[in-house]
Ligand binder design. Structure first.
Ligand code: CMC
Length: 370
């Protein structure tokens, strides 16, 4: 058989080396630069994890202090960018708004900036600092609420919640938010990261790569799943309605959002940590009914298909309880994953080879215009 083998969806195909993270489905582990993600979620701020992903090592106290100061001084929503956001309809999906915002930031920055590995790290840090204001303001304008200015006495997670809701979040809420940011930050060659690497491989700029990655993340098979999980919960309503809903969904060959994974087949390594954070939110907000719905759907689906939840399953209801509007969930994923994307963009640029696979033609035989 001389037909080349097709690897649909590149499933199971290693395409390059990476030192950013290691996913091991056999041991159900995920390491960022060698550190187990659970340990980072327990012990580190999101700011520390961002530096770890970019630099390869955890920062020392001076490096962290310098980045924290940088981040706090780059949080304000640029007035020009605000005008662009205001020009977008409130019916636009928040992922389209954040994608447009990154594109605008790129056009502005590249008009004056330089392109180099150091400049790329600076751009990554600026995006990290600037995205929360975009996402928070976008949710507020949809609700007819005004801009909340950032506060530089608050850390990243506290300030994100402050700019979104205009009040200081309880420490347990801040902590659950931080955990979600750490867990979402990086996951090897997932679809959006691979998209960013493909764009970088053509020697295009970092903003183009991040803009493309946001487009890839939007889809419900990838980041859009956290939003889709909440839509499922809303549709089902209460735990006693899970069984008929599920039977109907499966009879109609629907995918159950927040379940399954291309790489993990025995459960997503990040789920236990995120589920524990969700449980703390359920206790904090007194919403045991939501945990019942969560557990019932997981159990009933597991009995029918033995497919396990992925990170989006506990993340969706966590963000809902915190008060985020459902369409804002995937932009929160962007705010986190921009760290992993930009670490990969720099890794790709440092050892580049144009990503250009082959296809096997199965169209018409050669023919000619009459
Ligand atoms: N609901 C129902 N059936 C499923 C699901 C699901 N969530 N996931 C997998 N299956 C079935 C699928 O129908 C197929 O069955 P069959 O062999 O009978 O046709 C089998 O399991 C293999 O699934 P697949 O879609 O071929 O596997 P994949 O590796 O291509 O897909 C996936 C992985 C994540 C796209 C898929 O599991 C899925 O669509 N899940 C729902 C969306 C989701 O939660 N995405 C988030 C992914 S993880 C975090 C992130 O990126 O945000």
């Amino acid at each position: 058989n001389d037909q080349p083998e097709i690897h649909k969806g590149l499933a199971g195909v290693p395409v390059d080396y990476t030192a950013v993270s290691k996913v091991n489905p056999e041991t159900n582990s995920l390491l960022y630069r060698g550190y187990p993600v659970q340990e980072l979620a327990e012990k580190c701020s999101f700011e520390e994890v961002a530096l770890l992903l970019w630099n390869g090592d955890l920062p020392n106290a001076t490096e962290l202090a310098s980045f924290v100061a940088f981040e706090r001084s780059h949080r304000r929503l640029d007035p020009g960018l605000r005008l662009v956001i205001d020009a977008l309809p409130v019916s636009a999906h928040p992922m389209d708004v954040v994608r447009t915002a990154v594109s605008i930031m790129g056009a502005n920055d590249l008009a004056s900036g330089t392109v180099s590995p150091e400049a790329d790290l600076e751009k990554a840090k600026r995006l990290f600092a600037a995205l929360p204001a975009v996402i928070a303001y976008d949710q507020r304008r949809r609700r007819g609420e005004g801009l909340v200015e950032p506060r530089d006495d608050l850390d990243y997670s506290q300030n994100f919640l402050w700019m979104t809701f205009g009040d200081e979040a309880a420490p347990e809420v801040v902590d659950a938010f931080r955990v979600s940011m750490v867990l979402y930050a990086e996951h090897s060659f997932n679809a959006s990261t691979f998209t960013a690497r493909v764009i970088t491989s053509t020697l295009a700029d970092l903003y183009s790569a991040v803009t493309g990655a946001i487009g890839a993340l939007k889809g419900p098979l990838h980041g859009g799943a956290n939003e889709a999980v909440m839509q499922t919960f809303t549709e089902i309503g209460t735990a006693d309605r899970v069984v008929p809903w599920l039977d109907d969904a499966l009879a109609n060959k629907k995918k159950i959002m927040g379940f399954g994974h291309r790489v993990y087949k025995n459960g997503d390594s990040r789920v236990p940590t995120m589920r524990a954070a969700l449980e703390r939110m359920i206790a904090h907000y007194g919403r045991e009914d939501m945990l019942e719905l969560y557990d019932t759907l997981e159990r009933e689906f597991g009995e029918r298909k033995s497919i396990k939840p992925n990170l989006d399953y506990p993340a969706g209801p966590t963000y809902h309880l915190m008060g985020f509007d459902t369409p804002t969930f995937t932009p929160l994923f962007v705010a986190s994953r921009v760290t992993g994307w930009t670490a990969h963009i720099r890794e790709q640029a440092a050892a580049n080879s144009l990503i250009r696979p082959l296809s096997v033609y199965n169209g018409h035989d050669e023919r000619h215009v009459p």
